[in-house]
Design a protein around this ligand. Structure first.
Ligand code: KIV
Ligand code: ZN
Length: 514
């Protein structure tokens, strides 16, 4: 089996998802988990974007020992110097240089002729080569670049010293046959192509990112770039777990494999979802909540007779344990501890005690506490962001013929408890108006979503919100058996994250790639 290298860009392209902004601690937590997953390369960020980004890449570079750490850079000396600084402590550093090559980008964005593009990229690669032995070059918008020019660019990059040439379908415009043909042509026509690795970087605007990446593999790509859960700019990037599982399941077709530890997929997916606040859709391939659920009678009957009738991947392969032990209010600490181990949580005694207290609270409100409830409960807080505001009590009055109102008590950072009542168009609006009046934070609610964590009328409700304040966005998550309380908790969580961001303004909120 040919090895396909996995280049994870969750911390860079993934972080370009709307509303996502990871701090250094969160980036480190994800980087450690990516190491456990066994990715070969981790793109940690874009150091020239801001001093905060540089510091975050530097922290990841110092922490990661078992993967190449990569910093993104435009084809400019000052960007390369910022990446040098950020990657100086990495065990195995790599610079990722890019410059757009398509006619649209050359004309409207760069205002450069083909010759200038070639010269600019070559100068940057040669400058970087003095400091980096590993350099990846990406002709941005390669998918819409003339194929003969792309061959010329690749030839230049190899001669200038690039060790990987990455082919980005920046706008997700390609179809598998077209994208595969680019790799085939480069392999056939560019001299010295065997000296470097060819990489594929796809976006999902037409829902084809994974299909295009697999077409690239069939036509000789050595590396696939992507993100966990397929998060990223606009419709996102290739989902790494999809490529890994396609290769693992259809080795007969691809003759290629990754060296990922597949059992870490579910855990990595949950961590990325938790820290980015990007909820994984239920029907998402591999990691969606319904990916292994069989609803129809015919399917259930087939599954009972022989699992492979309707199951091509077993949930255990990606680290989902099929635990039969359902906990309830009579379950003791020992059963709870056993469940935690079963679900893959390694907690010290103090953390087990805190989790057990929360579990008891939940079991008082909910008859059967399912695995999903326990996971959600343990992962409720997006981070350990300091609680400037914390919810004390909430009272809501609603009638379909009266104006909804809410009274909220919030504990402020100094310990003082404040109370405020407000009305609104609906109960959630009333709650949010009361919190706004209490905290005097001028925020805009950019997104609100709610889902049920498990089944039944007493299921836990999980609310996600994205709040925006002065061009800075933050997401928040709230969990409760009552959806109004979950709504209040999510809003306050997001407010706390906004306050934290105000205190550390070193990081840009959105990256501008020009
Ligand atoms: O999509 C893209 O073109 C990119 C490049 C920076 C590689 O993310
Ligand atoms: Zn991209």
């Amino acid at each position: 089996m040919r090895k396909i290298y996995i280049f994870d860009t969750t911390l860079r392209d993934g972080e370009q998802s709307p509303g996502v902004n990871l701090n250094t601690k969160e980036k480190l937590e994800i980087a450690y988990q990516l190491e456990k997953l066994g990715v070969d390369r981790i793109e940690a960020g874009f150091p020239a974007a801001s001093p905060g980004d540089l510091a975050a890449v530097n922290a990841v570079a110092r922490a990661v020992k078992n993967a190449t750490v990569i910093g993104l850079s435009r084809s400019r000396e000052q960007d390369i110097d910022a990446a040098r600084e950020a990657l100086k402590d990495a065990q195995d550093p790599c610079l990722h240089l890019f410059l757009a090559t398509s006619p649209i980008h050359r004309k409207h964005k760069l205002r450069m002729e083909k010759e200038q593009v070639l010269e600019t990229a070559e100068r940057a690669i040669r400058y970087a080569k003095q400091y980096f032995s590993k350099i990846e070059f990406s002709p941005e918008d390669a998918g819409r670049t003339e194929l003969d020019f792309l061959c010329q660019v690749t030839d230049m990059a190899i001669r200038a010293g690039a060790t990987v040439v990455n082919i980005p379908d920046t706008v997700g415009y390609m179809t598998p046959a077209e994208f595969g043909n680019i790799f085939k042509t480069l392999k056939e026509q560019v001299p010295g192509i065997e000296k470097i690795q060819l990489s594929a970087h796809c976006h999902d605007d037409l829902g084809l990112a994974t299909a295009n990446a697999l077409a690239a593999i069939l036509n000789g790509a050595d590396q696939i770039e992507g993100t966990i859960n397929g998060i990223g700019e606009r419709a996102g990037n290739t989902a790494i777990e999809e490529v890994a599982m396609a290769l693992a399941t259809r080795g007969d077709l691809f003759g290629a494999t990754t060296t990922l530890n597949l059992k870490e997929i579910a855990k990595t997916s949950r961590l990325v979802s938790k820290l980015t606040g990007m909820v994984v859709p239920g029907n998402k391939a591999i990691v969606g909540a319904n990916a292994f659920a069989h609803e129809s009678g015919i399917h259930q009957d087939g599954m009972l007779k022989e699992k492979t009738t309707y199951e091509i991947i077993s949930p255990e392969t990606i680290g989902l344990r099929d635990s039969k032990l359902v906990l309830g209010k009579h379950s003791g600490r020992a059963a709870f501890r056993e469940k935690l181990i079963d679900l893959g949580y390694e907690l010290d005694d103090e953390a087990v005690n805190a989790a057990f207290a929360k579990f008891k609270d939940l079991a008082d409100k909910k008859k059967n506490v399912m695995d999903e409830d326990i996971r959600a409960m343990l992962e409720e807080k997006l981070t350990d962001t300091p609680e400037v505001y914390s919810l004390e009590t909430i009272h809501v009055s609603y009638g379909n013929k009266s104006v909804p109102s809410a009274t909220i008590r919030v504990r402020m950072a100094e310990g003082e408890v404040k109370e405020q009542s407000a009305e609104g168009n609906g109960s959630v609006d009333a709650i949010y108006n009361a919190i706004d009046a209490l905290t005097a934070e001028a925020v805009e609610l950019e997104d609100y979503s709610i889902k049920s964590v498990s089944h039944g009328k007493d299921a836990l409700g999980e609310v996600h919100v994205v709040l925006k304040q002065d061009e800075v966005s933050a997401q928040g998550r709230g969990l409760s058996t009552d959806i109004l309380e979950a709504s209040a908790r999510a809003y306050i969580d997001a407010l706390n994250r906004l306050v934290e961001k105000r205190k550390s303004p070193g990081r840009r909120d959105k990256m501008s790639l020009i």
